[in-house]
Structures are given as C-alpha cells and as structure tokens.
Design a binder for this molecule. Structure first.
Ligand code: AMP
Ligand code: GLY
Length: 430
C-alpha cells in the first residue's frame, strides 16, 4: 500500500484525487495545499503546489511512495528534476519536456521541426516587427503570449487595428507580464475543437478517450473565453481514423521528437486540437491533465490510475494492460458565479451539495469554501457537476436535473453543453 503526495490546485485535481482514492494500491493521500473539496477527504498539507523544495522535504520526511503533480507551474519550474535528484518517485514531465506548454514559441518551432500539423505561424520578440507583419497578414489571426498566461493568453483578432492594439497590450503594456515578451502570431483555423490526452513514459503511449471542452462563457459559444464551462466524453464525431491520425501524426511524433532532443516526457500529454478540413491540427499542448476534460474522461476510465502513474514514474508503461473504459458517456456542467470570467462576487451560500455518487453523479469542487457547516462560493468556477450514463443524452439529462437541486445566489451555467456532439465531421488524411 502506498502513500501519495498530491501537489494540486483544486479543480481537475479533485477528479484525479477521487480516482486515485479508488485504487487498491493507495493507503493515504496528502494534498498540498488542496482545496476545500479535497480537504474533506484528504490530509491537507500546508505547502503550496509550486514550493518545490518544501514538497521534496515533505516527501522525504514522510516516506512518500509517489508524488503526483496536477498543475503546470511546478512542472515548468522543474519539480520532477528536483525530486529525481533526491531519488524520490514522481509522476510528471521534466522541466525540459514541460517546455511544450511553458513556451508556445518553443512548442511551435518544435512542431515545425517534427512535422506535427499545426497552424502556420510567426514568432516575434519586438512589438514593432509584429505590428508591421500583421499589416500584410490575412485576417483573422490569433495572437498568443508565448509564456504561461493561465489559459487567457490567446486572442483572436479580426483586423490590423485590433491586432496592433493586442500586440501593444501583450508586448508593451505586458498584460500577461513576462509571458508576453515573445508572441506567436498564427493563422486562424476553422473546424471543431477536440481535446485528447495520452499517458506516456517517453516511449510507450496509451491514448485516453477524446473529449470536448466549452471554453466560451455564453451559450452557442459566445462571449469571452473562460477556464472551461463544461465538457463531454467520448465525442461521437471522432472516428477511429481520426484517432489513429491524432495518435500517429501528433502524439507519437511529439513524444519521440522530444525524446530525440533529450526531453524525456513522462506523464500526461494534453493536445488541444482543431479538426480541420485537412485533418487534425494542434492548437496547444499542455503538460498536465485538462480542465474540465479530466472531469469527464476519468469517470469513464476503468483502469487503476495509481497503477498507471507508478508504471510511468518507473519508466515502463508497457507493463500496464491496455486501458479499460466503462461503457456509456459522461458530461460535466460547470456552475459559475455571475459575472465570471469578469468580476464576480463570492461568499454566497451553496445549497444542495450532497453525495450523489450512487447515481453516478459527481460534484467536483473548484471555487468553494467551507464556513462552519456551510459551503460558500470562493471563485469564478464553483463546481463541476459530472454525470455518467448509458449515452451522452442520458448523461446530460442527469447532470442538468441534479443541478436543479443546487442553488447559490448568482449561479450561472450553460444550458447547451454537448450542443456540437451531433456535428458531422469528415475524417481526412493529413
Ligand atoms: P490556446 O491558449 O492556444 O489554447 O488558445 C485558446 C483558445 O483560442 C483555443 O481553445 C481556441 O478556441 C482558440 N484558438 C487558439 N488558436 C487558434 C487557432 N489557430 N485557430 C482558431 N482558434 C484558435
Ligand atoms: N481545457 C483546457 C485546458 O485544460 O487547458
């Protein structure tokens, strides 16, 4: 039986925690620092997820068998390298490999070199050069801060004035801080977005089921981007041909290309994709699990997650059988605070939070806090309600009917999660 230290930020980690807890291999989980949802069950440790030295000391002192890292920041700061120096077992990519998320400029150059399909692009370190380039660029284009910007660093612009203003905001006014020292300007891709995550030890790859996020705040995909308003899994319009293309042309090429550069990738690779008329193309890579994709993919995973994490941390995923999945589908609807992703109020009492797991419904906490016996809101995205059922329609109906029991002042959610599921997408060669 194992003791696990879980470096986490909340949200998707709530789902990872829930899944790890089901493992026969796990006796105790420490969550550092965790959130209110996790702290109900796990042993909270008051160390921040990016306090690498603090976490390593804790792992040594408490004889932790495996450390699992949820968010990207500690990975990009080199937590895995530090743990390895101390001979500590850890699940996640090295700092060099995590550059695939830490630097969009690096990721795009790497995709060009490894012939991984992605949007055509240019990289700029000088605002003036970027501005003179966009005057001759075909619109719309997407302007992205190269560094980490908590998912907010990509802006679609429709004319050169808007582009020049955006470049000024990112590179001169530094709205994303140092993350905007370099920008990527890329062609706008048309198509359906899809998220695919894969487990890998740097050589062997096991693909997870595809899912679809809903990034925009408004129904019908309108309004500003958020951290994700809902998701579902699997995605009916993704056929086997498309999944094979994604595996061979994107995931395998990336993992083996990184390996060739001495960037050993162990962990989860998340690919945000656009299914275009000429095949799947990469929009972004993340070096960790997706949010809210994790909330719909893991409830369908039958295999033991701790078993997978250990095999990867020990460097041989081929020791694990093929991933097993539960039949059916899952859907997650995010309950948010009115005003999110702009300004919103917190401290609203939440009613109706119960354990609905006997109905295969799971409440994954994000921005909640416990005050005495009550739950109150403590963030923009408050709770993800995931339901699993025989098909997507049944899962969605279950999630929405459960939401009727939950209430807080200013509760907002999208009523159209899964609306693109019936889209017809032709699979194409690359
Ligand atoms: P990113 O931070 O790179 O994941 O971008 C955030 C969101 O912006 C994506 O999920 C897409 O909805 C949109 N986006 C980014 N790049 C492109 C692109 N090249 N074409 C179309 N939409 C994009
Ligand atoms: N769903 C997008 C992300 O996890 O970054």
């Amino acid at each position: 039986m194992m003791k696990i230290l879980f470096a986490c930020a909340g949200r998707r980690e709530n789902t990872l925690y829930w899944k790890l807890k089901q493992s026969k291999l796990v006796s105790k989980i420490y969550a550092a620092p965790g959130n209110a949802g996790i702290s109900l069950f796990a042993n909270s440790v008051n160390i921040k997820a990016d306090d690498i030295k603090g976490l390593a000391n804790f792992a040594e002192k408490h004889h932790i068998d495996l450390t699992v890292v949820g968010p990207e920041v500690p990975l990009t700061l080199g937590i895995v390298d530090e743990f390895k120096k101390h001979g500590l077992r850890i699940f996640g990519p090295s700092q060099l490999a995590a550059a695939i998320q830490a630097s969009k400029a690096f990721a795009k150059e790497f995709m060009r070199k490894s012939h991984t399909p992605t949007a055509p692009f240019q990289i700029f370190s000088e605002a003036s050069e970027a501005i003179s380039f966009i005057h001759s660029a075909a619109m719309p284009v997407v302007i992205k801060a190269s560094g980490l910007a908590a998912g907010k660093g990509a802006i679609v612009v429709h004319d050169s004035d808007e582009a020049a203003e955006t470049i000024d905001q990112i590179m001169v006014k530094k709205i994303f801080g140092e993350a905007g020292n370099k920008i990527v300007v890329e062609t706008f891709l048309k198509g359906q977005e899809l998220s695919v995550m894969a487990f890998t030890d740097g050589k062997n790859i096991k693909m997870m089921m595809p899912s679809q996020d809903h990034k925009q705040v408004g129904e019908g995909d309108t309004g500003p981007n958020t951290g994700g308003m809902g998701a579902y899994c699997p995605v009916p319009f993704v056929d086997d041909i498309t999944m094979t293309q994604i595996k061979e042309h994107i995931i395998e090429r990336t993992i083996s290309g990184l390996e060739k550069e001495g960037r050993n990738y162990k962990g989860v690779l998340y690919a945000g994709l656009m299914l275009t008329e000429t095949g799947p193309k990469v929009i972004e890579f993340n070096c960790r699990f997706g949010d809210p994709e994790t909330q719909v993919v893991l409830p369908l995973l039958k295999s033991d997650l701790a078993d997978i994490f250990i095999a990867i941390a020990d460097g041989d995923l081929s020791l694990i059988d093929d991933l097993e999945w539960f039949p059916g589908a899952s859907a997650c609807v995010v309950l948010a605070s009115k005003g999110y992703p702009g300004k919103y109020e917190t401290h609203k009492r939440i009613f109706g939070l119960r354990n609905y797991s006997d109905r295969k419904c799971y409440l994954f906490h994000a921005g909640t806090r416990r005050e005495g016996k009550n739950w109150v809101t403590a963030g923009g995205r408050v709770i993800g309600v995931t339901a699993v059922d025989k098909d997507l329609q049944a899962a969605l109906s279950k999630a929405y009917s459960l939401i009727e029991r939950i209430k807080f002042d200013g509760m907002y959610y999208r009523g159209d999660i899964g609306f693109r599921a019936n889209t017809h997408v032709k699979s194409m060669g690359i």
